[in-house]
Design a protein around this ligand. Structure first.
Ligand code: HEC
Length: 277
């Protein structure tokens, strides 16, 4: 290869690298637009615990009582959920399955006819089997807690994470009436401290968009309501990938096995090497 050819070749790879960086950058910019949780800003963090049976059972119960009337879980079977969540089948069917013709092997195809519900709500309530994987756990956990009163909307509510959602606030009786309020917050100066007037009083400005539940309007306090949504989200994470817990457990065994195996083969290698010297 002549020097000239070499220069051309290098040039080409530099151009490719530039193009790659540019495309990647544009992609990042686009996805950052508006933040992942829209008007709410950053989503609240959610950490699933798939070995916590109590939480999963409570989530399943909330789902079947409050959500299954509209949303199906069409890739899950009733019996599998009872088994994975360690609920004896007779207790599960007696307390959580309202249609008595359903059998353990049936798919959870939903209770609502799709065409009619599309007419009622404008959009048919989507199947939620994979929603935790499409939207993400953080999104789900935030979405279900950010409904607020908005009289301009069909159901009198709107949502910060999913503005204009066609879903009514089905858990309002538990949470209470949540409103957007304004607060006076301290003005922060450029150096990071609070701004004060000549007499030393902190200067404030009005900022709106904070969520606040009207006291006494819901049957649960904030902590208990957050726990209900935690369990519900946990359940939807489980439904999105039922073998996630065992996959993660087996992963540890595999790593453990590799460590032992590496140690054994290192010992064996040393043993063989002795013969060369
Ligand atoms: C009265 C019917 C109804 C009930 C009950 C209901 N939903 Fe919905 N849900 C809807 C409709 C309609 C939509 C579509 C909203 C849209 O796209 O504007 C929706 C959308 C959603 C979405 C967004 C899905 C996506 O990716 O766009 C989630 C998540 C969700 N519902 C969760 C729940 C949970 C959890 C419950 C139970 C606490 C529940 N829903 C109860 C009607 C309902």
């Amino acid at each position: 290869m002549t020097t000239k050819q070499k220069v051309i070749k290098i040039n080409k790879s530099v151009k490719f690298l530039l193009l790659f960086t540019l495309l990647f950058g544009i992609n990042n910019l686009l996805s950052a637009e508006g933040g992942p949780c829209k008007d709410y800003g950053d989503c609240d963090k959610f950490k699933y615990s798939l070995n916590d049976m109590e939480s999963l059972q409570s989530g399943a119960s909330t789902f079947l009582n409050y959500c299954y009337g509209c949303h199906s879980l069409q890739y899950s079977r009733w019996g599998r959920i009872a088994k994975d969540l360690q609920i004896p089948e007779d207790i599960f069917f007696e307390n959580l399955v309202f249609d008595k013709s359903i059998k353990a092997g049936d798919l959870m195809t939903g209770a609502m006819p799709k065409d009619e519900s599309a007419q009622w709500f404008g959009v048919a309530p989507p199947d939620l089997t994979l929603v935790s994987r499409v939207r993400g756990d953080d999104w789900l956990y935030s979405y279900l807690r950010t409904y607020y009163e908005d009289s301009s909307k069909q159901y009198g509510v709107n949502n910060l994470v999913y503005p204009g959602t066609a879903m009514p606030n089905v858990l309002a009786a538990l949470q209470g009436n949540q409103k957007l309020i304004c607060k006076n917050i301290p003005i922060i100066a450029k150096n990071g401290g609070e701004k004060r007037d000549s007499e030393g009083n902190a200067l404030t400005k009005e900022k709106c968009g904070f969520l606040q539940v009207e006291e006494g309007t819901g049957s649960l306090n904030k902590e208990d309501f957050d726990k209900v949504i935690y369990d519900l989200t946990n359940f939807l994470v489980y439904v999105g990938e039922p073998s996630k817990a065992s996959r993660e457990r087996i992963g540890w065994y595999v790593i453990f096995y590799f460590l032992i195996f590496t140690a054994l083969s290192a010992l064996l290698y040393r043993e063989y090497h002795k013969d060369y010297h």
